[in-house]
Design a binder for this molecule. Sequence first.
Ligand code: ATP
Ligand code: MG
Length: 137
Amino acid sequence: IERTFSIIKPDAVRRNLIGKILTKFEEAGLTPIALKKIHMTRAQAEGFYAVHKERPFFGELVEQMIASPVVVQVLEGEGAILKNREIMGATNPANAAEGTIRKEFALSVGENSVHGSDAPETAAEEIKFFFSDDELV
Ligand code: ATP
Ligand code: MG
């Protein structure tokens, strides 16, 4: 059984979409084993997205992630990493498949409602970035 890390981003939390997005994960067999609402600090957002720091959209991404609260969570299930990426849909909602979270809810390529780990190594790192072992239940 696999674990992945997920964020319900500010644009979605502001529009009261937490429940609708969680329902998509749960219906696909992904179970939240840890979840909390936080307001990310600038240092957290910059650290979390450090891999993108040379990209032209980095500044805008950080501003969007700290503008208002997010939900960070650990999702568990069979093939959780890939399954989560499938449910999320393409980064740019214009390219996202029907039925995916980004197709239904994302506003733009930047404000795209969710984040999901892209590989086992990043999943492990990202879970540790926001959760301690005793929070995973
Ligand atoms: P994530 O890592 O958030 O799950 P992703 O893997 O689909 O999404 P990445 O390429 O890792 O996309 O980009 C990380 C985030 O940076 C995206 O989710 C989006 O919010 C933002 N982003 C990516 N590309 C652009 C862009 N061209 N313009 C503005 N923001 C962007
Ligand atoms: Mg990514």
